[in-house]
Ligand binder design. Sequence first.
Ligand code: ZN
Ligand code: ZN
Length: 400
Amino acid sequence: MILKASKEILTDNVLSNHCLGRQFGKISTSTNERRGKVIRNLLISLFPEQSSILNQEKSCFLCDNIFDKTDEIVKNISPNFEFNTFHVGTKIPDEIIKKEDILKEKYDLQYQEGIKQELNRELGKKIGLKLKKEFKREKEDVTIIIHPYKSKIEYFINPLFIYGRYNKLVRGIPQTKWLCRKCKGKGCSKCNHTGKMYDESVQELITELFLNETRGTDSAFHGAGREDIDVLMLGNGRPFVLEIKSPQIRHIDLKKLEHEINNKNKGKIIISGLCYAEKDMVEKIKNTLMRKTYFAEIDISLNEDEKEKIEEFFSNRDIYQETPNRVMHRRVDKTRIRKVYKVLTSKENCSSLEIYCDGGLYIKELISGDEARTNPSIAELLGKNVKCVLLNVISIEEKV
Ligand SMILES: [Zn+2]
Ligand SMILES: [Zn+2]
């Protein structure tokens, strides 16, 4: 069957050994080139009178003998950035793919392998040997896209992901860079031509030295939730993943960098526990259920009765919260349910509370009631107006 089809193909078209062997590529594990050669030699010995036709390999109808040029192509691959693992892709002109399909149909080639697959594999092997790097099918450091018919090579450097935790020690800094609402980052008189609402952010304070060190082009900051701009992040810190885009350098001394960032931002932020992470860590920290402990100060003084009432009532209590009025302009309106596990009042200070609850609960609204958009609330329970005047996150627990 193979011989019959091969003889017909070779009588009608010139094919290289690679391309001949590839038409039956999925039958055995031998290389396409070797298989093509075996088939060709067999045919020549069976039909010596047609050997001049069967023996033609040059000007291959399918690949134009591109497989003879792979060494030359690989010679031009000399990335000037740091990486360990790579993946290869090739861009093949459409007319070659079309010819391949026509061949498949005409000679009913059920076991045909595509030229793209073979080129990827051959080039991948050679690049690995030349650069002494590891070929990887996913989560590779760099994707090398080769246009073999155009002598063009493109490098797509994949982002670097770093996990850590941060503390925020001052109020007035947002977690991420916040573009000016008026000019959307272009710069205007309202934002003093910075394009930003605030001079600094936790993201920028952390990222600056990272970008210097890795020579990345840009960054994204993924926090496990966020605190309001006027809320401190104390205790064990909030998990985050920093994504550095197109890093030229992937190996950095994280301990040293952590130290430098902390020194530079003394009194503002502290980062800790830096380690390399994979991309899926971003989803993971966003989806992990967390419990948080807050320290809050309110604008009234609680008497002993009120303290007792609060502690008793807010014990494993479901809280129904519509999206708070103050964030309605940037979030959809929906009702969410979060639990308050425990509220502790203080003996010495009649205006402070410690609240242990699910992540995602709006604490300011739990206290004020937000015009009955949060139910139940401390204001509702006490039957008077109460406002939160100071708020700190004092602990974040992952995994419940
Ligand atoms: Zn060929
Ligand atoms: Zn502006």
